[in-house]
Each structure stands twice: as C-alpha cells, then as structure tokens.
Design a protein around this ligand. Structure first.
Ligand code: GRF
Length: 217
C-alpha cells in the first residue's frame, strides 16, 4: 500500500475528491496524512473526521522558509510518503524540498499552464478575454506553478462569467482531473520522456467540460 501525503492550506475539496477516489476505486494507495501550514484549515478537520492523520506545521512558528520547509519535510517523511500532493497549499516551497521529493511531488493549479501562474487566475482569464480556462496537474519543479504537465482540464469561459462562477466550473473539473492523475501516479502509469509526461496506456491526459455544464454554475 502506497502512502499519499496531501498538503493543504484551506477547505480541502480536492483532498476530499482524492480520498473518495482512493477508497471507491480501491487504489493500492491511501491518503496516509494531511499536513497543513494552517492549524485551522478545513482540510485538517476533514482528515480528522475521516480518521486520517492530520498534522499542522504552522509557518508562523518558523523564522524563515528554510526552517519551515525542513519541518514540513520531516512531517511528510514521518508518514513515509510515496506521493506528495499539493492541494491548495499556499506556501512557496524552497528548491531543497522540491529536490527532496522530486518526481513524486505534484500540484494542481487553476489555469491552463503556462498561462496564468500565480494568484487570481480566474479574474486574469476573464480580463484577458480567454474563451477557455481550466486546471493543470503537474510535477513540481523549482519554479512556482511550473513543471512537467501530467493532465489538463479545459472549461469554457462564458460571457456572463464572473470570478466566482468560473472558479466553480474549474473546481468541478479539478475534482475529476486530480484524482485521475494521482491514480496514474500510484499505479505507475506515467513515463517522463524528454521532460514530457506520457500515459503509457494512452489514456487521454485532458478533459473537456462542455458549455452546457457551465450554465447556471
Ligand atoms: C484549487 O482551486 C486549486 O487548484 C488551487 O487551490 C484551490 C484549492 O481548493 N491550487 P481546495 O482547498 O482543494 O478546495
């Protein structure tokens, strides 16, 4: 049984989707622990309800990024992590910790990378007049919201969208995309060729949400 450690800073809806998929699809992996830099994160409360180890590593207790990341790495390794999943984890990681978990550290970002790394992705997509937005699951490298793309989900941007309606549509796609991508990782279905991630069995590494799904979101 492989161990997945999920890092969250907030409500943890992606965490919930992953826990559900691991159970419902009987993965040979389980979410062994949830770690948060915020003791009050909803994701930690959810983990406790589910009987999953929940640990806070409060970034405010550390003088710098290096010492925080060292404590974070100890927490992750304390749960013998095979895969480390960033799910709304709002701290920038140092290159040291990224290197330490290289090849088994993944993130989901709410844009079609390389467009819109960073914050306020939905607002920026709307303001740029984009007709498609979405989410990207990627292996993490030393740059923020960057690294080999595992899978992407595209959703339409509708003329009547505001930040909240677009965010809700993207989030619904994330809840399908992220568990799927992590399932591939725990099953060893992915190859990295020339810096590109390829699903060995040829499964589509993309997901499209039809416009009808967005109406009234
Ligand atoms: C998601 O939109 C994710 O893409 C971003 O942070 C948000 C986390 O939401 N990185 P949740 O905590 O999983 O509900």
């Amino acid at each position: 049984m492989k161990n997945i450690v999920v890092l969250v800073s907030g409500r943890g809806s992606n965490l919930q989707a992953i826990v559900r998929a691991a159970r419902d699809e009987a993965w040979a992996a389980r979410v062994a622990a949830v770690v948060s830099n915020r003791p009050d994160a909803g994701g930690l409360a959810y983990a406790r309800e589910q009987g999953i180890a929940a640990e806070a590593v409060d970034h405010r207790a550390y003088p710098d990024r290096e010492s925080f990341d060292a404590a974070l790495a100890r927490a992750i390794e304390g749960h013998a992590a095979d895969v480390v999943v960033l799910a709304g984890f709002m701290r920038i990681l140092t290159p040291e910790i990224v290197r330490r978990f290289d090849g088994r550290l993944v993130n989901i970002h709410p844009s079609l990378l390389p467009a819109f790394p960073g914050l306020h992705t939905h607002r920026r997509a709307i303001e740029s007049g984009c007709k498609l937005a979405g989410a990207t699951v990627h292996f993490v490298d030393a740059q923020v919201d960057h690294g080999p793309v595992i899978a992407q989900a595209a959703v339409p941007v509708l003329p009547e969208d505001d930040e909240a309606s677009l965010a809700a549509r993207v989030l619904a796609a994330e809840h399908v995309l992220y568990p799927r991508a992590i399932g591939w990782i725990v099953r060893g279905d992915l190859d990295l060729r020339d810096g590109r991630v390829v699903h060995r069995g040829g499964e589509p590494q993309w997901l499209m949400t039809p416009p009808s799904v967005g109406r009234g979101a």
